[in-house]
Design a protein around this ligand. Structure first.
Ligand SMILES: Nc1nc2c(ncn2[C@@H]2O[C@H](COP(=O)(O)OP(=O)(O)OP(=O)(O)O)[C@@H](O)[C@H]2O)c(=O)[nH]1
Ligand SMILES: [Mg+2]
Length: 440
């Protein structure tokens, strides 16, 4: 029998109320041991007011929200004790529940139970965590689509199609004498795999867009000293975060800031201007700038519009990156090259850059509303399925036996099912849920 688990469900701080959650076969019994009401007699969900006692001593006056299995979030008996919101009281109640036989929950354990009891699939369970961690409205909306099962639905047709082709091949292998059954021939495998992989390719592309919306991107602002990198950071943040002076070599450390550009989360890194220097501290800063370039998803390469043709060593440093080159201090130049992107950090004239970022990152408006498989695990499994199917296709092309092709197709089938958690073993699901916070 599974343990009954307990944890605080609200943040560990003072508030009007705190909620302590218990889930498991003994939840009602454990609470009842210290409660003025008997919850073990409940046959359906109920809200019960009463007092909690530790032996003779009153701990708090509480409301217990009781959910009878299987009609609860976890699928087990669940009690949510709503008490007065002091950490002292909450801790006393948790200690009391442990004394009565509950065990402290580990991170993600409630969601893990919901998953194990088939209340949610893995994509939905992961969405719970994503939604809690979302910092933009857009990311929250995407997670909500997953939570209510919309994202899982995009996997079903692929799973069905693979199951169909697998069963067709099995029939052909097992009953070669049945003439009326459609012949699962090599051409069929090839054409099916082509179509399925076209679909998977689309899902990967959309998933990556979803990932960008959810997690944001890292943007390094780089360039020679004094071109206005820190001024640009400040202008984008609308805050005086980095020090700005007309002395070349002002910025030493990497200065970070986050903005929300029309729903797109950007983690901006302002870096030290790169040049030859004998200053020890400045050189460390320059090394950090180079590291920032490497870790960034996008580089804003700032040049001085007045000295637009001055070459620096950046062209080489950023050559493998997605780069937007901007010419700052546009307010100082009269003649502008129509091919170039001008901004003025001083005058807050950044619209050309903002448009270029949105275009380069390439998140279309539909991506904000479209369910997508957008976390690293889901994307890795999509890619794996794609590769396994390519192997099956290759095997069909060189006409090896259907038995062997069936094995490759089965692997792809299992991988796609793994996205929903349909054949994830217990250890792996524990590993996934351990990334959640306690009480979820
Ligand atoms: N006219 C004008 N001056 C600017 C603009 N942007 C920055 N400056 C000035 O250029 C000088 C250098 O700006 P910073 O933002 O410190 O330049 P930086 O690239 O961060 O310099 P380092 O940190 O030394 O690498 C300051 O005097 C700014 O006021 C602009 O758009 N127009
Ligand atoms: Mg600077």
């Amino acid at each position: 029998m599974l343990d009954t688990i307990v944890s605080l469900a609200t943040p560990p701080m003072m508030g009007a109320l705190a909620v302590i959650r218990l889930s498991g076969p003994e939840a009602f019994k454990i609470v009842t041991k210290s409660f003025t009401k008997d919850l073990t007699i409940l046959k359906e969900k109920a809200i019960v007011y009463g007092k909690l006692f530790d032996d003779e001593e009153l701990v708090d006056e509480v409301v217990a929200f009781c959910f009878v299995a299987p009609h609860s979030f976890t699928g087990e008996d669940v009690v949510e004790i709503s008490c007065h919101g002091s950490m002292l009281i909450a801790n006393e109640i948790i200690t009391l529940m442990v004394k009565n036989g509950a065990r402290l929950a580990v991170p993600g354990e409630f969601s893990n139970r919901a998953y194990l009891n088939a209340k949610v699939d893995l994509v939905q369970a992961e969405a719970i965590n994503d939604m809690i961690n979302a910092t933009t409205q857009e990311a929250k909306k995407l997670s909500l689509l997953s939570l209510v099962g919309e994202t899982s639905k995009i996997v079903y047709p692929i799973r069905e199609r693979l199951a169909d082709i697998l069963s067709l091949i099995e029939v052909n292998i097992d009953y070669p004498e049945y003439q009326d059954i459609e012949q699962a021939n090599y051409a069929l495998v090839i054409s099916e795999v082509n179509e399925i992989n076209k679909e998977i390719g689309r899902l990967i592309k959309e998933g990556r867009q979803g990932q960008i919306i959810k997690e944001g991107i890292k943007v390094a602002i780089v360039g020679a000293p004094n071109v206005g990198k820190s001024s640009l950071l400040n202008a984008l943040l609308k805050e005086d975060k980095a020090i700005v002076t007309d002395i070349a070599g002002t910025t030493r450390d990497v200065v970070e800031g986050e903005i929300n550009l029309e729903g797109l989360k950007l983690l901006l890194l302002d870096t030290a201007g790169i040049r030859e220097s004998s200053d020890v501290i400045e050189n460390i800063g320059i090394q950090k700038s180079k590291a920032s370039i490497n870790s960034a998803d996008l580089v804003i390469y700032v040049k001085d519009a007045e000295n637009a043709n001055v070459e620096d060593e950046f062209a080489a440093l950023v050559k493998d990156k997605r780069v937007i080159t901007v010419y700052n201090k546009a307010d100082k130049v009269k003649k502008k090259d129509p091919e170039k992107l001008y901004i003025s950090a001083l005058e807050n004239d950044l619209s050309a850059l903002e448009k270029a970022i949105a275009k380069t990152v390439g998140v279309d408006k539909e991506s904000y509303l479209r369910p997508s498989l957008n976390n690293a695990r889901q994307l890795a499994l999509l890619r794996k399925t794609y590769e396994q199917l390519e192997i099956a296709k290759h095997e069909a092309e060189i006409e090896i036996s259907l038995d062997l092709i069936s094995v490759s197709l089965q692997q792809a089938f299992f991988t796609i099912k793994e996205i929903l958690g349909e054949n994830v073993d217990n250890d792996l699901s524990k590993e996934i849920f351990s990334r959640f916070c306690v009480g979820k």
